[in-house]
Design a protein around this ligand. Structure first.
Ligand code: UDX
Ligand code: UDX
Length: 469
């Protein structure tokens, strides 16, 4: 199949590259010539496992880059729209890029095409895209609209695309459904997975994945509802972690107890400093807004967002209650990305906390395996960056763990303790077992679990702690 993918960002680039690896002829279109030049010269602008290998395999062969959208529309059978849909300051989705792409597509529809929403868009968007394409001169019978939402997690996006739990396709005609069946046939038939050069299969892969055919509106809602549910699950366990802290319970034990119920499941029950990224925050606000427009006041989502904000404030309070005054304190910070495995700092709780700590007069010495370059663009020059976690800890009054990088979960603890000015670790992602940290002589503080103190705890009168005698 000849496929155009419009937008070579986190989603468009992965989508186009994976379509190429599935055997399709892909034209990746972008209006940013610098991005196209980077891609054409072999650079990979985002940090995604397997993406460099697949791009090297298909660049110039199965995947080509272009800034000529209309030529791409004429040359292809299916056009996937994967341009940005950022949040406006009112919280709803800015669909102006989607509309401008739709307008441009209209002028090039010279034979039957399917136009597919890949970007996360509010329900009803496909109808607006159809209206814009017709208003701009296309024959209504010459194209069909579809919604094919992505469920890609950053850092594992290539694996998530090629080994999806399910493929959701929202269509308004059988003809359109048939084209999308053909596009995804390499996966739904299982053929892709029998190839020697297929990317490695993750443990819990569903082979072959289900193709779920729905209406376009249902598909658009599936995306928003999926992200909202996942974010709700995270805020729920963060709220439970706060209750655990108040009563001296252990949230890890609670997660084990509730997660073993097959209706709840253990995944996405990791308490921490909250969720970030370019999707959950934006998609929750967009879902809240579009629900209101449709007459439903989805206030549950307000609470999900409030708990998420509160998680960061609680963590900052914890840092204060451990260190007393913050001004002038030297803090080692592990993690700047919004989660482990990515270089993306969009809506990163780690970045937001570092900015708060800087406002309190702390001196920050940070390390992140992939996100430091992007962080330097948004943080003040006073922040120090180090080549590794041990350098960040050297001479620090405390070490803060803010992003769940695997690299941070297996540090040499004795070496770490000797480098710190005080053996204090405040872990926002629960990467360590408190008993292990205690055995290595750390005062260890985490989220929803009892702290381990090596100092004389009676000396530290903790304002936020009830006195248990
Ligand atoms: C975007 C949406 O933000 C997200 O909600 C959706 O789920 C997937 O698409 P992302 O890929 O991260 O996510 O967007 P971004 O990284 O901003 O990339 C968008 C790309 O589209 C950029 O390369 C931009 O240059 C390009 N673009 C934008 C166009 O080619 N044409 C346009 O008119 C606008
Ligand atoms: C998310 C959805 O998972 C994906 O399906 C959708 O297509 C895009 O948005 P992403 O934002 O890339 O993917 O990362 P994800 O792994 O979902 O993590 C999102 C945030 O939640 C991160 O800040 C992460 O640290 C946090 N998180 C995740 C938790 O705090 N606890 C968890 O248990 C899981």
């Amino acid at each position: 199949m000849r496929i155009a993918v419009v937008g070579s960002g986190y989603v468009g680039l992965v989508t186009g590259t994976c379509f190429a690896d599935m055997g399709h002829e892909v034209l990746l279109v972008d209006n940013n010539d610098q991005k196209l030049a980077e891609l054409g010269s072999g650079d990979v602008p985002i940090h995604e496992r397997f993406l460099p290998e697949l791009l090297a395999r298909h660049r110039g062969k199965k995947i080509k880059f272009s800034n000529d959208l209309q030529a791409a529309v004429r040359a292809c059978d299916a056009i996937f729209i994967a341009v940005g849909t950022p949040a406006t300051d009112r919280g709803d989705a800015d669909l102006s890029y989607v509309e401008s792409v739709a307008r441009e597509i209209a002028g090039a529809v010279d034979s039957y095409k399917i136009v597919v929403e890949k970007s996360t868009v509010p329900v009803y968007t496909s109808q607006w895209i159809r209206t814009v394409i017709i208003r701009n001169g296309a024959n209504p019978a010459s194209f069909d609209l579809a919604s094919n939402p992505e469920f890609l997690r950053e850092g594992t996006a290539v694996t998530d695309f090629l080994y999806p739990d399910r493929i959701v396709v929202g269509v308004e005609s059988d003809r359109c459904a048939q084209v999308l069946r053909e596009i995804y046939a390499p996966l739904t038939s299982g053929d892709y997975y029998s190839r020697a050069d297929a990317i490695p299969r993750p443990d819990r892969a569903q082979i072959p994945p289900r193709l779920i055919i729905t209406s376009t509106r249902s598909a658009e809602l599936i995306k928003h509802a999926s992200n909202a549910f996942l974010a709700m699950k995270i805020s729920f366990i963060n709220a439970v972690a706060s209750i655990c802290e108040s009563v001296g319970a252990n949230v890890q034990q609670v997660c084990d107890g509730i997660g073993s119920d097959s209706r709840i499941g253990p995944r996405f029950l990791n308490p921490g400093i909250g969720y970030g990224g370019s999707c959950f925050p934006k998609d929750l606000m967009a879902f809240r807004a579009v629900a209101k427009e449709c007459g439903y006041d989805f206030r549950l989502l307000d609470e999900v967002m409030r708990i998420n904000e509160d998680q960061r404030h609680r963590f900052l309070k914890k840092v204060r209650s451990v260190l007393w005054t913050l001004r002038g304190k030297r803090l080692g910070v592990l993690g700047l990305a919004f989660k482990g495995g990515t270089d993306d700092i969009r809506e990163s709780p780690a970045i937001l906390l570092v900015q708060e700590l800087l406002r309190e007069g702390c001196h920050i010495c940070a390390h992140d395996p992939a996100a430091m370059d992007r962080a330097k663009e948004v943080l003040p020059a006073s922040v120090e960056y180090t080549s590794g976690p041990y350098e960040a800890a050297t001479g620090a009054d405390a070490l803060l763990i803010l992003t769940e990088w695997e690299e941070f979960a297996g540090l040499e603890l004795d070496r770490l303790r000797n480098l710190l000015k005080y053996p204090i670790v405040i872990d926002g992602r629960n990467l360590y077992d408190p008993a292990v940290m205690s055995a290595h002589g750390f005062s260890y503080y985490s989220v929803g679990r009892p702290e381990t103190l090596t100092e004389d705890s009676t000396a530290a009168v903790r304002p936020d702690k009830r006195h248990i005698f």
